[in-house]
Design a protein around this ligand. Structure first.
Ligand code: ATP
Ligand code: MG
Length: 340
């Protein structure tokens, strides 16, 4: 019944880490990009939040999958089923039969035609009358309220879970870009490696992500230092449970190499930028979004290394979804940024 009152449009941000479903007005669903199959019954056991709770904690009867890697679909069947389950939860089963009017989905800029085709195929199960893709950094810029149509260069950086994209936007298009597979998942791996190497301790991906959220930092110069964080894991030599306490300055050192790689890519993009657009960027500063921009001290560090003002998005986990909502509401006005 509920589907009757919901819009027949879907704005979809299928992210490496989080998937957001919106209807042009509100974000109706925002949960981890994760699905768990019940292997014995060939059924879906859980999706989103519930699936991520099971992830790394299941047994052989359950198979937990994160279907995206480096920001793109890596396991097509799981991604397709995950999307169906998520859209079902929001709109009800009935809508799947009657179809949708319009679907717009984000896609990273640096995707290949094959990767985009996989996404289109996954979207076509909803039988939309119209289906478009939009490059995620452009959607992120719209979500941040930037006027991307004017001839004025704007640098937008989307640091997500699987990919960091750095783009220079002017006249609704991308004039220059760099894309790196260095993002949230890399930071989690850096933290896992650090525990293994320095403490002989094994921790799971979810624990590493919690460490990052609780004491993650990219500089020692923090206005407010978080409390040291207790980490539980497994002592590798003995195989017994063990606890360690870690501080934000230690994590700043652990993440330094990955953050430096992102800084180098930002500098390369600025170097490649045509002079008139560069002049605009020097005036406008740099706009930063995506969940990984929540790392403590990122503004201070980037302003110091890049030498330009950094504008942080207030809600960086939803900027792409907010931007797709704009395009969904006024498809004519934003026709220039929509692709097939
Ligand atoms: N407070 C926080 N501090 C540091 N990192 C965070 C914080 N909150 C979320 N993140 C990280 O942000 C990332 C998810 O961001 P986001 O939802 O923008 O990515 P995504 O859109 O799913 O991925 P992609 O854009 O690469 O496809 C995860 O790696 C998550 O661990
Ligand atoms: Mg994203």
């Amino acid at each position: 019944m509920i589907s009757v009152f919901k819009s027949r449009n879907i704005a979809l941000d299928l992210g490496n880490t989080n998937t957001l479903v919106a209807d042009g007005q509100h974000v109706l669903f925002s949960q981890p990009s994760c699905i768990v199959f019940d292997q014995s019954r060939q059924k879906v056991k859980a999706v989103g939040e519930e699936a991520y709770r099971i992830y790394e904690k299941s047994h052989e009867d359950y198979m937990a999958v994160r279907p995206l890697k480096d920001g793109v679909i890596a396991d097509f069947d799981s991604a397709r089923t995950m999307l169906r389950e998520m859209v079902n939860r929001v709109y009800g089963h009935g809508r799947l039969f009657s179809g949708f009017n319009r679907i717009i989905s984000g896609v990273p800029y640096s995707t290949t035609e094959v990767e985009r085709r996989a996404l289109r195929d996954a979207l076509d199960q909803f039988q939309p009358r119209q289906r478009n893709l939009i490059f995620e950094p452009l959607a992120g810029a719209l979500g941040m309220g930037l006027n991307i149509r004017e001839p004025n260069g704007k640098m937008v950086i989307d640091m997500g879970g699987g990919i960091t994209e750095i783009v220079i936007i002017s006249l609704s298009g991308i004039a220059e870009f760099e894309s790196l597979k260095v993002a949230g998942d890399t930071f989690d791996m850096n933290i896992q490696d650090h525990f293994r190497r320095y403490y002989n301790m094994s921790i799971g991906h979810k624990t590493a992500e919690l460490v990052k959220m609780n004491v993650g930092a990219v500089t020692h110069l923090l206005d407010e230092e978080p409390q040291p964080y207790q980490v539980k894991g497994k002592d590798l030599p003995s195989g017994l449970p063990v606890t360690r306490t870690i501080t934000s300055s230690e994590i700043a050192l652990v993440l330094d190499k990955s953050i430096s790689a992102i800084e180098s890519a930002i500098i390369r993009t600025l170097e490649k930028c045509p002079p008139e657009l560069a002049a605009d960027i020097y005036q406008n500063g740099i706009y930063l979004t995506g969940g990984s921009s929540l790392l403590r001290g990122i503004k201070t560090r980037f302003e110091k290394t890049i030498g330009l003002p950094i504008h942080l998005d207030k809600d960086p986990l939803s900027s792409v979804s907010r931007g797709i909502n704009c395009a969904l509401n006024e498809p004519r006005q934003y026709a220039g940024v929509l692709i097939n």
